[in-house]
Write a protein that binds this ligand. Structure first.
Ligand SMILES: [Zn+2]
Length: 247
């Protein structure tokens, strides 16, 4: 069986028996994969500390016939995001990014823009020590890349410009204005939050972090985008509750 190789971000690891681990990876050339890492639970493992959640690694692995799990042969650390996760808030934020990636990126579908988004957001968190602004950037681009981002500037029903903010509900595809709102669109999002979210368009994570964002507006924008993400995930996101619990 051929040995394959590529860059990857470790999304999560699970114990497998006494000594092994299952690793959920988002690889650059092959998309999301689940891999078995033999002996990874042992104190002295050939993987060293590379299989920590959110590590950016290079991985060599074998495909196995008729099996979902690939088998990791070796790994090499490219960049660690371990230290920043000693801060519990950062750890939860990183786990949120990993949970959303697992939910949205299908297995075995390469997506280079999604890979760059994950890496860019992790680096932004690590460099700035902030999580509100990086997560807002992540939420906005995740929805855009997946084709779920509604028009943030105009009412989906009448086309009016959303100068006074918009309204939405758990099942709504887009935003509507005050005149078009119905009992199915009970939640409001302020114009300032929509404008801030929209400003993530056309900038890199570095450029995005270069300007300060009012924390309350950032939080309002995230609440709206994360409602959309959760609606499309069709399941409650475990880490979102932790993030909301004052993290
Ligand atoms: Zn309207």
């Amino acid at each position: 069986m051929p040995l394959r190789e590529g860059e990857a971000i470790v999304l999560r690891t699970y114990r497998l028996g006494e000594a092994d681990k299952i690793v959920s990876l988002f690889t650059r050339p092959f998309g999301r994969l689940r891999a078995a890492a033999a002996g990874a639970q042992r104190a002295r493992t050939r993987y060293g500390g590379t299989l920590e959640p959110l590590s950016y690694i290079r991985v060599w692995f074998y495909e196995r016939e008729n099996r979902d799990l690939v088998r990791i042969n070796s790994t090499e650390l490219v960049e660690s995001f371990f230290d920043m996760q000693k801060d519990y808030r950062m750890q939860v934020a990183a786990q949120y990014v990993a949970e959303v990636a697992e939910r949205f990126f299908p297995e075995r579908q390469a997506n280079d823009r999604a890979f760059r988004l994950l890496l860019g957001v992790l680096r932004a968190m690590k460099r700035s020590g902030e999580l509100g602004a990086p997560l807002l950037y992540f939420d906005y681009w995740l929805l855009r890349l997946e084709g779920f981002l509604p028009d943030l500037t105009r009412c989906a029903a009448c086309g009016r410009v959303l100068d006074d903010g918009g309204y939405y509900g758990p099942a709504s595809e887009g935003l509507c204005c005050a005149d078009c709102r119905t009992p199915t669109t009970p939640r409001a999002v302020a114009a300032s939050a929509l404008e801030l979210a929209e400003s993530a368009r056309g900038v890199t994570p570095e450029q995005w972090l270069g300007t300060s964002k009012p924390a309350a507006v950032c939080a309002a924008a995230r609440r709206f985008l994360e409602d959309l993400i959760e609606a499309h995930a069709e399941k409650k996101l475990i880490t979102r509750e932790l993030l909301d619990a004052g993290v």
